[in-house]
Design a protein around this ligand. Structure first.
Ligand SMILES: *Cc1c(COP(=O)(O)O)cnc(C)c1O
Length: 349
């Protein structure tokens, strides 16, 4: 076996869901966001583990993603779609029993005409300018829409990962202004919003990234472990270089391991000459460029020839790699490659 081995801890995901659920009052429902194949971790297994932990409402980005979630969960749990009701979605929404979060007057019209009586929610724009109806649009249709009994009124925070940011309070005030006195359940908080405290919780929270062990949920259990096998080890002399473009040249005698894994596996080229892999607690720096399938690593300091090295695990979290690569944990997770041997563990409970 010469592919990397990715281990996903379903008990850690369940424990993270319970921990985030415990941060809001008992009457506040905690959903689970499983868009993008559960942030790259495998939506069927993840959704089932979350349902077993107690999640009853799931969110995906687009209707197509609802299929795998419905197949995993069977009838019953609510599956809501952030992207709303797009042209061409009607059959999926009906057949899979999805709840679109309608984002515009066009979507409201389409939904009411195509699927009268079918459940829906409304997404409102409170300043992020991404999805949802703006205050003026909402004012124009609110009475008609509320008459049809939406399941949820929701909006999304642009800066929730920065608790000090003035945008949080501004969006909160705008959301209250747009939804007060409607009597409809409301949702504003994703992971970052949960951490902002009870003012942001309303009737439903929608964590994603925190379930999968990454920032801004500092106390999350780590969820992913990624080990890359060492294919070959060689000693090089001062003056020799490693990898494409000779971007690393040794200044002294060194031992270099070539590991199986590269940018085709989602290990971004931005880690070239930057990050490290780990042998136990010992960091082994990446030497030269990350190539498509291979990475050169400095193992000079080790007293044995390693058979495999860790890119992700307890020594190095998703956000550590993201920091080295100049990106965010969300991107590291969703880029995890299809070539890894994937294992689902039940590590903790
Ligand atoms: C992705 C997303 C979430 C989940 O956000 P996290 O930061 O991953 O917790 C919640 N709501 C909306 C609208 C989203 O797009």
């Amino acid at each position: 076996m010469s592919t990397g081995r990715l281990t996903i801890d379903l008990d850690a995901i369940a424990a993270n869901w319970r921990a985030l659920d415990a941060m809001s009052a008992p009457e506040v429902q905690t959903a689970a966001v499983v868009k993008a194949d559960a942030y790259g971790l495998g939506v069927a297994k993840v959704a089932r583990a979350l349902a077993a932990a107690g999640a009853r409402r799931f969110f995906v980005a687009v209707a197509e993603e609802g299929w795998a979630v419905r197949e995993a969960l069977g009838p019953g749990p609510e599956i809501a779609v952030f992207g709303g009701h797009m042209s061409g979605d009607t059959d999926m929404i009906a057949d899979l029993d999805l709840v679109p979060m309608l984002n515009s007057i066009d979507q409201v019209t389409r939904h009411f005409e195509a699927l009268p009586g079918h459940p829906f929610g409304i997404q409102l724009d409170t300043g992020m300018n991404r999805l949802g109806m703006e205050p003026g649009e909402w004012a124009a249709v609110a009475a008609v829409v509320l008459d049809q009994g939406p399941r949820l009124l929701m909006s999304h925070l642009a800066c929730a990962d920065d608790p000090e940011h003035a945008m949080n309070a501004a969006q909160l005030a705008q959301f209250i202004k747009m939804t007060d006195d409607t009597g409809v359940p409301r949702s504003l908080a994703a992971t970052g919003g949960i951490l902002l405290g009870p003012d942001y919780h309303f009737e439903l929270t929608r964590p994603g990234i925190g379930l999968y062990g990454a920032q801004p949920f500092d106390e999350a259990w780590p969820v992913v472990e990624l080990e890359l096998p060492v294919i070959q080890v060689r000693d090089i002399a001062a003056g020799e270089s490693v990898g494409y473009g000779n971007s690393f040249t040794a200044e002294r005698r060194m031992r270099v391991a070539t590991v199986s894994g590269g940018y085709a596996d989602g290990i971004t080229r931005a880690l070239s000459g930057k990050g490290a892999l780990f042998h136990g607690d010992t960091p082994c720096p990446i030497l030269g460029r990350v190539s498509m399938d291979l990475i050169g690593v400095d193992v000079t300091g080790l007293d044995e020839i390693p058979r495999r090295l860790h890119l992700l695990g307890t020594q190095q979290l998703v956000d550590d790699i993201a920091g080295d690569a100049g990106t965010i944990g969300y991107e590291v997770l969703t880029q995890l490659g299809a070539r890894y041997a994937r294992h689902y563990a039940r590590g903790r409970s």
